[in-house]
Design a binder for this molecule. Structure first.
Ligand code: TYM
Length: 334
């Protein structure tokens, strides 16, 4: 059986990009009898970007409710909170000790933070950068390697981290023997990088997201805010590079996408296209949104699911960690 694993950082409300990039393919995979699915709330990752405890708590609830509302079958999938599996952070330290600092110097998230300091005229390029941000890819490698995941469904922005996990696993295996599977990233075509309201990648850090389960009225408002060019109704338009089209394409069937391409060629008005997109997405998510609203009112049910998941996860992580400790020479003496 192939192990499929992915996580979402608990720093906000899940958005359309999280859904099409990671959650949707992960739920589809979990319905395959030949897959062993592991999906989790990356709450220790949240501390890297967010020091507001209430926000982390609320986000954990919302992300967990999202997975369940979308039909994750927890009798098959192991669904857990990263912090409930302490072997993950323990493994992160072991991996830290085989990871070259130079590898971390090349991580996009760290480099972007340095670049921002430099552009802002800071004398210290590392100003405000914590060790959490710097070594973030190691914690992510531990998430993946502790369950020996074969496949990791993610958006394009995470590919570098999976490559780093492969590097780190290879390094550990080379020194201590073959303990880890080398994981592969799985990126959905047409949904690798969904654009947000302003046309940049949809991201919590850009404040340009469309939350997946936004109530109907607000969803319509947000979609109406998506930036377009100034072409008038009747003028032919280019679908490629258009945010509205990109989002539509990530949701609709290929035949429907072809139809909309024709509408662009015929000069559909932006207002019309926004209406079409809103109606499509709203119809698509309405049933899950109802379940989501209900789940938010039943946090104890969600908590039970997570506790069950942590139990199943630890049945694997505890003995595996024991094996790894022995491999590195940390075990009982007598
Ligand atoms: P996070 O929480 O930023 O995003 C969760 C998932 O959503 C994908 N995604 C997108 N996909 C397409 N278009 C977008 N605009 C878009 N925005 C986000 C992300 O690529 C990701 O797959 N470090 C990870 C969480 C994590 C993880 C892991 C993932 C921690 N440990 C182990 C996989 C395996 C993160 O911050 O994702």
């Amino acid at each position: 059986k192939a192990t499929v694993l992915t996580g979402i950082t608990t720093t906000g409300t899940p958005h359309l990009g999280n859904y099409v990039g990671a959650i949707r393919p992960a739920i589809a995979a979990s319905k395959d009898a030949n897959v062993s699915p592991f999906y989790f709330l990356a709450d220790y990752h949240a501390l890297i970007k967010c020091q507001d405890p209430e926000k982390v708590r609320q986000s954990s609830l919302e992300i967990a409710a999202t997975w369940l509302a979308l039909g994750l079958d927890t009798s098959n999938a192991v669904f857990y909170r990263q912090s409930d599996v302490p072997e993950i952070t323990e493994l992160a330290w072991m991996l830290t000790c085989v990871t070259a600092k130079g590898l971390m110097n090349r991580a996009h998230a760290y480099k972007a933070a340095v670049a921002e300091n430099e552009q802002g005229g800071e004398n210290d390029p590392d100003k405000g950068i914590t060790m959490g941000l710097f070594s973030y890819p190691i914690l992510m490698a531990a998430d993946i390697l502790i369950f020996n995941a074969h496949k990791v469904p993610v958006g394009k922005d995470q590919i570098q981290h999976i490559e780093m996990a492969r590097d780190i696993a290879g390094r550990f295996n080379h020194i201590y023997g073959e303990h880890f599977v080398i994981p592969d990233a799985v990126v959905t075509e047409n949904a690798a990088t969904l654009a947000g309201l302003d046309g940049r990648k949809m991201s919590k850090s850009y404040n340009n997201t469309i939350p997946l389960f936004e109530p109907e009225k607000k969803l319509r408002k947000l979609i109406n805010k998506i930036k377009t060019n100034s072409l008038e109704p009747g003028e032919p338009k280019d679908p490629d590079g258009c945010t509205l089209f990109g989002i539509y394409q990530a949701f609709a069937r290929p035949s429907e996408v072809d139809e909309v391409r024709k509408l662009y060629a015929d000069g559909i008005a932006w207002g019309e296209m926004k209406k079409l997109l809103f109606e499509y997405i709203n119809d698509h998510i309405a049933p899950a949104r109802e379940r989501y609203e209900a789940l938010l009112q039943a946090p104890e049910h969600i908590e039970n699911e997570l506790q069950e998941g942590a139990k199943k996860a630890r049945e694997i992580s505890v003995p595996f960690m024991k094996q790894l400790r022995e491999a590195v020479g940390i075990s009982r003496i007598g």
